[in-house]
Each structure stands twice: as structure tokens, then as C-alpha cells.
Design a protein around this ligand. Sequence first.
Ligand SMILES: [Zn+2]
Length: 348
Amino acid sequence: MTRSVTPAFFHEEQLEFKPRYEWAFGEKITHPETTARAESILAALQREADRFDVRAPSSLPLSALRSLHSIQLLTLYSTAEELPEDRDFHPTVFPKLKRGKGDPTNLHHAGAYCFDSGTPLNHYTLRAACWSAACARDAARHVRGGQSRLAYALSRPPGHHAEKDMFGGYCYFNNAAVAARELKRAGRVAIVDVDFHHGNGTQAIFYRDPKVLTVSIHGDPRDYFPFYAGYNTETGSADGEGYNFNLILGTGADGQAYDQTLETHVLPALRVFDPEYLVVAAGLDAYERDPIGHFALTTEDFFRVGERLGSLKLPTVAVQEGGYYTPHLGRNAVALLRGLRAGLGLES
Ligand SMILES: [Zn+2]
């Protein structure tokens, strides 16, 4: 029997974006969102060529993102393309009353569209972020068109912190939201975000939308980024009330605790919502050795997380989010994807 092959979307221009440093809690540190992350995942996918087929997405015109992100945010990224190639621009002034209301042709106003000091802009930001979103769009189209039950977007830079008119948390365009929007044309969509950090951008984009269920499992936002969102009192609003779940696990939570949360809270909520499609915001910084995440999942645990979610038997798009222990990132991505394949019955 021929084994089903999972398409994995990636474009080499995503590697041209190389943020150099960030300001983390007042310290200048080497930026963790490196090209080595994508290279680690690519190498691991290519080692399993009988399961994964890496292919380039078709290009995504900027205008296609206008229904998801504000014109000001898109203009700001275009402005950053004028920077010299060797320079990163870090917003340093964040106006309280001008959120989303600066002059996006002036980089000194970038703080009006940004919520942290860890997410620089440079000449390559827009191009890489567009390809990253294109991966998510094409993976979703592939699944929506019925060409496969599972598709993977190697989206880098990541996306789940990006809101309609704000960037931050190393994210510029919300790739999981791009995938969900694409799938929503054909039915209800559930997004399960397994990144260590709360997916504040995804939550904000769909907060009033009853056709997209957003579930995020993450570290306590009182202690961990993004700090201002991710609490379990945030349940959606207007027609979207009751369609957003935030599940907080304690520092050091292991695979067993994670599994219990999936079994007790996530899977029942998904069964009640009864979606046509699933998007997995596939952050891997819940890993035990991750320098930014503070859970204790192992590579085997990622397989089980994938298997649990795959057992829902929904056409699924996995979109890469965080994960910063580069030496093991590839094998953890493959473990999660192989778990999804196993749950979906694609491994035999
Ligand atoms: Zn994260």
C-alpha cells in the first residue's frame, strides 16, 4: 500500500529575514527567531521524504492580506523595506493613545503598531512574512480542496501573536488566521494553539466570530509573554461569546498534564463545536529544553499531542509557530506531524 505523503510548504526567501537581536527584559540578546529554526525543520522533513513533500507556495499578493491586517500595518512593513540591508529597526516609543494611529510611512511611529521590544523590522521582514503567510494559505487550500487530509505550513517568521493592526512576539502576519480564513469559506474551523505562549493575535482576530473556535494551551500570562492576554476569563464577545478557551498550565507542566488538559478540556470542547476543519498552531516551545518556554514536554509527548488532535479525524492544517531549541526543533516538528498523521490514519 502506498503511504500518503503530507505536503509541507516553505519558500527559501523566508531564510533572508535575519533579526539580529532583541531587547528582552532590558537585556540585549541574540535574537532567538533564527533561520536555523527553519533549517532544522527542513532537514528533518527531508530525512522523511516518504512521509513529507517539501514544496514552495505560490506567491501571496499583499492585497490578499488586507481583509486580515490593517492597511497601516502593511504600509509600515513596506516602509521598512527601505531600510539598509544591514539594519534592524526596533520600536522604542509605544504611544498609549495612538495605538494603530501613527504615520506608517515613518518608522519612528512603528511603536503605534507594535506591542513589545522583541520584534524588529528590516528590509526583508515584509518579503519573509508574506512567504510565511503564503505557506499557511496554500496548506489550507490544499486541505480545503481535499487533496490531502493534512498539510503543514513551515511558517517562519511565526504568526500567532500578530493582531489585525499590531505586530509583536516575533510575529508580523497571523499565519494561523490566514489558514483559518481560507478554511472558513467551506465550514466551521477550530484552532488549537499548542505553543507555550498564549496566541493573543489569533484570539483577538476571531474574538467575535462564532464560526472559528480558538483554543490556546499556554503558560500563565501573569508570568509569561504576552502578559496582557491569555486569561481564562477571556471567552469571546458578542456572537463569539463562548468560542474562545484559554487553558493555563503551571510552570514545568509535563506530557501527562498536557495530555490530561487535551482529554478533559480541549477534545470535549472541539466535539461540541463540531468543526469541519482543524488548524493546529504548532508551536514547539513547550519542549523541556526550550530556552523561552517553561513546560517539560518531550519529543514523544509531541507525538502524543498530535495523535490526540489527529484522532478527531478532521482535515487538518498545521502551522508552525514558536520553538527555540534549534538542535531538536526538527525532530519535534516531525514528531508532532507524525502524531497527527497517526491519529488521522495516514501512517499505515
Ligand atoms: Zn511561543
